[in-house]
Design a protein around this ligand. Sequence first.
Ligand code: GLV
Ligand code: MN
Ligand code: MN
Length: 415
Amino acid sequence: MSLKPQVNAGRLLASVAEFAAIGATPAGGVNRQALGVEDRAARRLLAERGLARGFTVFQDDIANLFIRREGRDASLPSLLIGSHLDSQPNGGRFDGALGTLIAFEALEALEDAGIETERAVEVVAFTNEEGSRYAPGCMGSMAFAGAGKVADWEKTQATDGPVLADELAATLAALPEAEIRPTGHAVCAFVELHIEQGPILEREEVPIGVVTAVQGTKWLEVIFSGEAAHAGTTPLEFRKDPMSAAAAAIASLQSAVMPADPDARLTVGRIAAEPGSINVIPRSVTFTVDIRHPDAATLGAMELHVRRECEAAAESRECVVTISRRVDMAPGRFDPAITTAIEEASQALGLKSRPMVSGAFHDALFVSRVAPTAMIFVPCRKGISHNEAEFVSDAHMVCGAQVMLGVVETLASAG
Ligand code: GLV
Ligand code: MN
Ligand code: MN
């Protein structure tokens, strides 16, 4: 006998709290960066939960972790749902984890109700979505979609030292119960739930965002090289000061790019000087630039603008600049059939929804290149994310889970 599946709200909220304890920071966030020990612990917990319910657990060569509940017809491509478990350094407890745990709750709800779906449903925790420790982000979903492969990244060094190949091997080995299967199997669709990470849903008091598109992102690494010299004895005309060049370039970009276009985003999030001594004019200064725009051509023009400003600043200080692109994610559009399924599931539950474009990139951006894909957003308090203060109310988590379950019922039952 099968019942109408229901989300178990208490179990979901307890599960979000339990995962938030892995890598918990004193200020209520998490530091569970990709492929580190905390990330491995979270993967283990999810895998154990899956095994305990009788689901199949497997991983691929980039350590994407899958929990599979069989359907009636094993020959049909599965329905994929999920997100990621890695976090920003001192990030929020919901970014990624919420979508992964809500996906797992949907699987458990189907199991509790004894529902047999037509096709299998798989929960995925994609590897290294954030990209803060090992750039680029979305490695797992890129590999899944054939947009990159382990060999491209194995020599990448983490911000705190380790090399990706070593930590990837340790991460895979830490879950011997999860067989390794080929990367990038066929799926009929992918649905990712995520905290909005912006203020729109909260401001408009709408509980569900139906994400129709994701804006494009580029990450640039800029290195200004000058000449190390004594801070006290070097007059202005003798200085080749890369910090002065970097400061001029950053100030000019900050004051020009976003004020000129409300859709443009420009962020300098990391900067370091060498040798990094108080009384030494630096030998070099390295910083990152994260630029975003929904329009690919405009994003291309923004990159050119950044390059020109940096070159001009270098020249004026007798420095040299080198600029390398670390991430290049074109904007993406989601599948109308999947966004409609999300809208209809929300409507059936009496929940208001609105279409929206994601300002953040997500694993769904890459999976959308190989399977019909869309995302569900839930409101984010004050729009604050990539911050320990990130917060989603219990009620919004439960609404999001109900919508996900409704979408899963529709998409997994279709033959
Ligand atoms: C994802 O974390 C992003 O930076 O958009
Ligand atoms: Mn995320
Ligand atoms: Mn994030």
